[in-house]
Design a protein around this ligand. Structure first.
Ligand code: ZN
Length: 283
């Protein structure tokens, strides 16, 4: 798909500006950037809500282990229950060998009244391996092994990635569906102009487009990613009740946010503060 390639190119172009430190551990978590290039059509039967799990039999065991880990937390359980009983939104979860260590969320569909009625989460079949880069994924990257007893298991890593994807659905269900669809429609135009004008973001046509869609494509993309990451952080907050496990993770998240996502600090800080009330992990 042409538009998808443009977005990846534009994204990589901007990323190369950010990549001034060797801190990246690699891993193109959302290699296809599906959360922006959503499909206009939905493959699921959208007539009723709820969660539809479409998992190949050979991956059922590992999927169940990741899901159990997600459900073992208060936030995972609450969010799963909410979508499972949603009368309108159909959330489809699938598992594939493509993008094995990553996951994507997309295939969004809205009703005529603007309610989100369909979304699909695609999990990689090796979701329990691989650590996305620290720039856009400060929470998932905080789980990179340190060689100590506090390193998390593969199941926890996979469940954290599930939480990130649920975060995308949570956010998309809240935002203005019309704006989301306008972004999807105009971002390819933006990228086309950007790539043909010598990559000049001050081009009046681009400034006008950015005003219409609420930011540049990269700004829109990173805003969505950091919402995914906040949900991943809430999952970790609930998963680790002991300070000696949670505080090193929060401290690593903090340093990554400080370095790469300072403008988005507030949404992470609020989660950190939600535990400081209990006397844990000052941010
Ligand atoms: Zn994401």
């Amino acid at each position: 798909m042409k538009a998808r390639r443009f977005i990846v190119i534009a994204f990589l172009a901007s990323l190369s500006l950010v990549l001034t430190s060797p801190a990246s551990s690699g891993g193109d978590y959302h290699f296809n950037i599906d959360s922006i290039t959503i499909s206009e059509t939905s493959s699921a039967d959208d007539s009723t809500g709820g969660i539809k799990e479409d998992i190949p039999a050979k991956y059922l065991d590992r999927y169940q282990a990741w899901k159990n880990e997600f459900l073992a937390t208060e936030t995972g359980h609450e969010q799963w229950h909410r979508y499972a009983t949603d009368p309108i939104l159909k959330l489809t979860i699938t598992l594939t060998r493509d993008n094995a260590e990553g996951a994507t969320t997309g295939k969004y569909k809205w009703s005529e009244s603007g309610q989100l009625i369909a979304a699909t989460i695609v999990l990689g079949n090796r979701l329990d391996e691989g650590y996305p880069n620290p720039i856009y994924f400060p929470v998932m990257n905080s789980l990179v092994p340190t060689g100590t007893a506090n390193d998390v298991t593969g199941n926890t890593l996979a469940a954290t990635k599930m939480a990130h994807e649920f975060g995308h659905v949570n956010r998309t269900a809240q935002v203005d569906g019309a704006l989301y669809q306008l972004q999807t429609q105009l971002i390819p135009q933006y990228n086309k102009i950007f790539l043909s004008n010598g990559r000049n973001p001050k081009d009046p046509r681009l400034i006008e487009l950015a005003q219409k869609i609420g930011g540049t494509p990269v700004e829109i993309w990173e805003d969505r990613e950091y919402w995914g990451e906040t949900n991943a952080m809430v999952f970790l907050r609930d998963r680790f009740t002991e300070e000696r496990q949670l505080c090193p993770i929060f401290s690593r998240i903090r340093s990554r946010v400080d370095l790469y996502a300072k403008g988005y600090e507030r949404r992470f800080l609020e989660i950190a503060q939600s535990v400081t009330a209990k006397g844990t992990c000052g941010w």
